[in-house]
Ligand binder design. Structure first.
Ligand SMILES: [Zn+2]
Length: 313
């Protein structure tokens, strides 16, 4: 009896302090399933609570309305970008905070944080945008993508959920996969610091994300980071750090590339890996500004220079 009482007291204590100390996220491991409550959920809010209860941190992302993205702007990532200030860094398993978010934005889609936070690594395949062809290239080259828990995005996409290998970092990659040298258009990897939109969210196409129930299996070893391997260039470009903005800002200053193009590309990359828009925009602005102050020309002859030089003479 005393033991039960002690446990009750602890539980009550946790309830009071929960707001300030969100429960530590659990990690999905091989064999994990989608929580049944999430599959039965009648709303995105209910599903968000179910994922959180399973230890998968969630965040609200823009929903879809009749007129398009709920942000009501002409938007590069309708129904996909985070609604919180720090994007995926705000993802939580705290039901109180989740309740606050969905009270404010009842129509928000549900994002699940990927990587070490949830123990999930997602291979994101956009079938109509090159993903189908890239999958074929992968299989023909002998790279195996074993059957695992997956969701269908409702817009011709496929999310394959694998278990995050414990103790190693898994980067986010756009247009490729770690361990594969070739670019893979239409295939991204969502790892540490990334997120994916999850069922029953509404896709920009109007379709709904839904689960294809299977168990999570281990991330194939060929995608595990290797110590001797340099990180893929695509990952570096997609990382919206001040450093990337600084380097590209220098080329803008040198007249090599348009400021608007660089800013837009960096913002797309930043939103795709889960930064909040205000934070991403501020980072890019300051990085580019610093870079433009020390302009430089492109290191080698660019294609257009080779083409234009004869015209000048
Ligand atoms: Zn939007």
């Amino acid at each position: 009896m005393p033991r039960i009482q002690a446990r009750r007291q602890r539980t009550a204590g946790q309830a009071v302090t929960r707001r300030h100390h969100p429960p530590t996220a659990g990690r999905a491991s091989p064999g994990a399933r989608v929580p049944a409550r999430a599959i039965m959920a009648r709303s995105r809010f209910d599903a968000a609570l179910a994922y959180a209860a399973a230890g998968w941190p969630v965040l609200p992302v823009a929903g879809m309305t009749e007129g398009g993205c709920s942000c009501r702007r002409s938007c590069a990532h309708p129904g996909k970008h985070p609604l919180t200030r720090h994007g995926v860094h705000d993802a939580t398993t705290d039901p109180v905070l989740i309740g606050d978010w969905w009270r404010r934005s009842a129509g928000a889609n549900v994002g699940i944080a990927t990587g070490a936070a949830s123990g999930l690594v997602v291979v994101d395949v956009d079938l109509p945008r090159g993903g189908r062809e890239s999958l074929r290239v992968l299989v023909e080259a002998g790279y195996d993508l074993p059957a695992t828990l997956r969701s269908l995005t409702g817009g011709g996409g496929l999310h394959l959920f694998y278990a995050h290998p414990t103790g190693v970092g898994v980067a986010n990659v756009v247009g490729g996969l770690p361990g594969v040298v070739e670019a893979l258009p239409g295939i991204d990897l969502r790892g540490d610091g990334g997120y994916v939109v999850a069922p029953p969210s509404v896709h920009a196409s109007g379709g709904r994300y839904r689960w294809d129930r299977r168990r999570v299996v281990a991330l194939p070893a060929w995608m595990w980071p290797k110590r001797t391997e340099r990180p893929p260039v695509v990952a570096a470009v997609a990382s919206p750090t001040t450093g990337a903005a600084f380097c590209l800002g220098r080329l803008v200053g040198g007249g090599e590339v348009s400021e608007a193009l660089v800013a837009e590309s960096l913002l797309c990359a930043a939103l795709a890996i889960g930064l909040g828009e205000p934070e991403a925009a501020a980072t890019i602005r300051s990085g580019m500004g610093a870079g433009m102050a020390v302009p430089r020309r492109a290191p080698g002859p660019l294609g257009w220079q080779r083409l234009r030089k004869p015209e000048r003479r």
